[in-house]
Design a protein around this ligand. Structure first.
Ligand code: SF4
Length: 452
């Protein structure tokens, strides 16, 4: 049998979870085709195209992709959705030291008198950036930031941290730019009805550090000033033996879930992600899917699942020689497909052009994915880790790409509740769903709004 190699570092790390099952590939595929709920063993068989051999069997892989594509068509039909959004990340200052991350800059660089290649924004700067984007028709702002030592939930939190000397705290007066508090940043970005998508579980943990405040109270307070939904990033791989290797200072899997449940319990929609293709194996990937499926059973709040293929260049994991590559294309295809088949309670699976590029991202829309991400007027995180795929896709770009594969382009709101089928011949080829969206293309050069 001619099997394709994978970049899964099996045996390189001393993990308890191994991709071994007593299930067969054929049984697992039969269950997937019939719509029966999959077990972890089923998922591992599909993801590996059979654990009895090393590598990926090309013919079996095609059968898994076909089953996932058929399921996608049954669940969401032929529409491919995208959202019109802006990334406004507040700061790259972070001392957490995750080994997969090259977004961060050591927070000491941001102190007065030091130099940094990174950035921090005041709430006023965030407001100006979002206001300009909303005037252009953008209706979602996504904001994910480093854990700046001066960032706290609110003024009361700053007083507690100052009185107790931490943890991971330094007063804003030590830094050239004061990022304000999380409440001030969210309030600043809450412009004219834009949807503010922010405060990952890791950021929520930072926003309650040194206190006994609940995640519910943190999310409720942020919701009161405009937070509308929560990105389920910082999930990486929800198996602690993997987190202990790649992000030992981050919250553990159980706490990530607790934060997500809290967000859902106060009425916020959430997304969920997986970042794969580094030190983990296929068993970890499927256990992660299992935890996400269970979380969805408990909350019903997950609007989409976003597989993120690890971009290894410029990251400490690569610099330390712990990884030499990311996932192969075949592993990417199977990750999307098994996500679709395993997560039978999550409607939308995203293909990220930032991670996969346009051509391969489109291919993944035939492997189980149905959402093609967002316009993203600025994308700093992947670019800083060596991503190559640029910063912006217009509505016209989306329409051309999606119709080229014979599918239907649909502009959507963040929560997928509002949709507009875009007519490639009749347009308009600009956003229509936002508070100030009137179909004008995003880059058509509208006048910037006056300062407050
Ligand atoms: S992933 Fe987030 S928490 Fe980890 S080092 Fe990067 S910015 Fe900091």
């Amino acid at each position: 049998m001619n099997r394709l190699p994978t970049n899964v570092p099996r045996g390189r790390f001393d993990f308890e979870h191994l991709p071994e099952t007593d299930q067969s590939f054929e049984n697992a595929l039969a269950k997937a085709r019939s719509g029966e709920r999959l077990t972890v063993a089923d998922g591992v068989e599909l993801l590996t195209t059979g654990t009895e051999f090393e590598g990926i069997d090309p013919a079996r892989k095609e059968r898994v992709l076909e089953a996932a594509d058929r399921r996608r068509a049954e669940v969401v039909g032929e529409e491919v959705t995208f959202v019109v959004n802006l990334n406004n990340n507040v700061t790259t200052a972070c001392n957490t030291g995750c080994l997969f991350c090259n977004f961060k800059d050591p927070a000491g660089e941001f102190e007065r008198g030091n130099e940094t290649r990174g950035f921090s924004k005041t709430p006023g700067e965030s407001r100006r950036i979002v206001r300009d984007a909303v005037a252009r028709g953008v209706y979602e702002v996504t904001s994910v930031s480093g854990l700046h030592p001066a960032l706290a939930l609110n003024d009361e939190h700053l007083e507690i941290l100052a009185a107790n000397g931490g943890p991971n705290y330094k007063p804003a007066s030590a830094y050239r730019v004061d990022p304000g508090t999380y409440v001030e940043q969210i309030e600043a970005m809450n412009v004219d009805g834009v949807h503010v998508h922010s405060m990952t579980p890791e950021e929520a943990a930072h926003a309650r550090r040194g206190t006994d405040w609940s995640y519910e109270s943190v999310y409720r307070e942020l919701m009161d000033v405009g937070l509308a939904s929560v990105p389920g990033t910082a999930a990486e791989i929800l198996v602690d033996e993997v987190r202990d290797v790649i992000c030992p200072q981050k919250i553990d899997s159980a706490e990530w879930e607790a934060a997500m449940e809290a967000a859902a319990s106060v009425g916020l929609d959430v997304t969920a992600t997986i970042m794969y293709g580094h030190v983990e194996n296929e068993m970890h990937r499927v256990v992660h899917l299992d935890r996400v499926r269970d979380l969805q059973e408990r909350t019903g709040a997950i609007t989409e699942f976003v597989p993120l293929s690890f971009v290894h260049r410029n990251t400490p994991l690569a610099e330390k020689g712990m990884v030499t590559d990311g996932a192969t294309r075949e592993e990417d295809e199977l990750m999307i497909a098994v996500s679709r088949l395993y997560l039978d309670n999550v409607e939308n699976v995203q293909s990220s052009w930032v991670k996969y590029g346009d051509a391969f991202g489109l291919k993944l829309l035939s492997c189980g994915a149905n959402d093609f991400m967002g316009t993203i007027l600025s994308e700093e995180i992947t670019k800083r880790a060596g991503g190559e795929y640029g910063e912006f896709r217009s509505v016209r770009d989306y329409v051309e790409m999606i119709t080229a594969i014979g599918r239907i382009p649909v502009e959507r709101s963040t929560d997928y509740r509002e949709r507009r089928v875009v007519d490639p011949d009749g347009g308009p080829l600009g956003p229509m769903l936002g508070p100030k969206a009137d179909g004008t293309p995003l880059t058509a050069g509208r006048p910037a709004p006056a300062d407050d």
